[in-house]
Design a protein around this ligand. Structure first.
Ligand SMILES: [Zn+2]
Length: 151
């Protein structure tokens, strides 16, 4: 796929630490398009869509948000807790709107694993099919999210 100048610019922005410390791509050497294609493939292979994944993440955040800082039970195996940080963060894609700096923690009872995502993760998965580059602090591994939310 040929990169347009806009795609090139966005990739540079994602790789820079301008928006978040360490950037959204970390040291992932694949192109933005390759990262997106590989992650979307994993999701689709599981019979899901990025929209379905984002909807489920958003629903869990919405359930836990009113009880800020406390763990609430989502189902027999999952509990979640929302932590709010002051301020907002902008999406690296060009459109209006900022996202609350908020982290949703999720833990599994059976395997005692702990995961987290931000409101920006949900947005980027839903609108841009982007789970962030390998090594990025806020990368969501599609395999993990499938395991905790859909299995
Ligand atoms: Zn966006």
């Amino acid at each position: 796929m040929k990169k347009t100048p806009q795609m090139q610019k966005r990739e540079e922005l994602l790789r820079s630490g301008k928006l978040v410390a360490g950037g959204f791509m970390a040291n992932d050497e694949r192109s933005l398009e390759e990262v997106i294609a590989a992650d979307t493939k994993v999701i689709e292979k599981a019979g899901l869509t990025n929209k379905k994944v984002a909807d489920k993440m958003r629903a869990i955040t919405a359930l836990a948000a009113p009880r800020l800082g406390q763990w609430i039970e989502i189902n027999e195996n999952l509990s979640a807790s929302v932590e709010d940080f002051r301020g907002g963060i902008v999406c690296p894609w060009p459109h209006a709107g900022t996202f609350t700096k908020r982290i949703t923690w999720v833990k599994t009872k059976d395997t005692e694993r702990l995961f987290f995502w931000t409101d920006l993760n949900i947005h980027m998965i839903e609108e841009h099919n982007f789970y962030e580059g390998k090594g990025s602090s806020f990368r969501i591994e599609p395999e993990d999210i499938i395991e905790i939310l859909f299995e």
